[in-house]
Design a protein around this ligand. Structure first.
Ligand SMILES: Nc1ncnc2c1ncn2[C@@H]1O[C@H](COP(=O)(O)OP(=O)(O)OP(=O)(O)O)[C@@H](O)[C@H]1O
Ligand SMILES: [Mg+2]
Length: 250
């Protein structure tokens, strides 16, 4: 496929057709617009960081992109389709939900739900355990893992679907530097394999390390979207400038 380019950074990673698009999206709850007139195109390649203050609507935007929430007005589409192709769109929650199963059993269950043939599962599980550096923990109950280990498991569980679009909600919040580096390596590996990633993060350092572009949400609207390099040196939106300066956003 000629559009398949694996460079981690640079404009060549973002010229593929969008993996998903939100157009004029509005989400209402209790008479209040949580998202209002949100336009967002997720590039078909590379990492789009989604930043913005608490309550801006980042997690809700990920749920829309995963097809878990329907817009009350406006449109969401995935390469022209009105519903996300499953399991090619995968969402990893900030606090992943762990099943009452072992690490290996968790991955086996996930692969079964993705429709991977039984005969192919054992090898795929071994590959995912290796990828997540979880081999030594394979027989442990998933719920007993530490936060960082659970994040790694949640991420490789999602990668087991070989998603086209991977949606990550603060995947390293509250992790130590080593666990963070391990998660970031997994994300980089996924983008190099051609997966488009939307990464919600409050960590500008992480966005700098991983993102090709940054979209900044504020009060349920897109305040700005631009290449990562220029976002950090010259953020276009005043709200983004204030956020990066650590000024209070009201
Ligand atoms: N089902 C719901 N009913 C009512 N309000 C909701 C609902 N879901 C989300 N909200 C509100 O919508 C707003 C956006 O929520 P969201 O979780 O997307 O924020 P966020 O940008 O992810 O914030 P954070 O950085 O704190 O995770 C918040 O004010 C939240 O309270
Ligand atoms: Mg959130």
């Amino acid at each position: 496929m000629s559009e398949r380019r694996f460079a981690a950074h640079g404009p060549s990673t973002v010229d593929a057709a969008p993996a998903a698009r939100l157009a004029g999206v509005r989400v209402l709850r209790g008479g209040q617009a949580l998202l209002d007139g949100l336009d967002l195109a997720v590039p078909g390649r590379g990492v789009l960081a989604l930043m913005g203050p608490n309550g801006a609507g980042k997690s809700l935007t990920l749920r829309l992109l995963a097809g878990l929430v329907r817009p009350d007005a406006g449109r969401a589409d995935w390469g022209g389709a009105a519903t996300p192709p499953r399991p090619q769109v995968a969402l990893v929650f900030q606090r992943p939900v762990m099943l009452r199963r072992s690490v290996r059993g968790t991955l086996a269950h996930a692969l079964a739900t993705y429709g991977v043939p039984r005969a192919a599962r054992a090898e795929r599980i071994a590959g995912l355990l290796r990828l997540g550096r979880l081999e030594a923990l394979a027989e442990r109950p998933a719920r007993r893992l530490s936060g960082g280990e659970q994040q790694r498991l949640a991420l490789v569980r999602a990668l087991g679907a070989e998603p086209r679009l991977l949606l990550l909600d603060e995947p390293t919040a509250s992790l130590d530097p080593e666990a963070t580096a391990a998660i970031e390596a997994l994300i980089r590996g996924a983008t190099e394999a051609g997966t488009a990633v939307v990464l919600v993060t409050h960590d500008p350092g992480q966005a700098r390390r991983l993102a090709d572009r940054v979209a900044f949400l504020h009060r349920g609207r897109l305040a700005g979207e631009q290449p990562a390099e220029s976002f950090f040196t010259a953020p276009a939106a005043p709200e983004a400038r204030a956020y990066l300066d650590g000024r209070l956003l009201l």
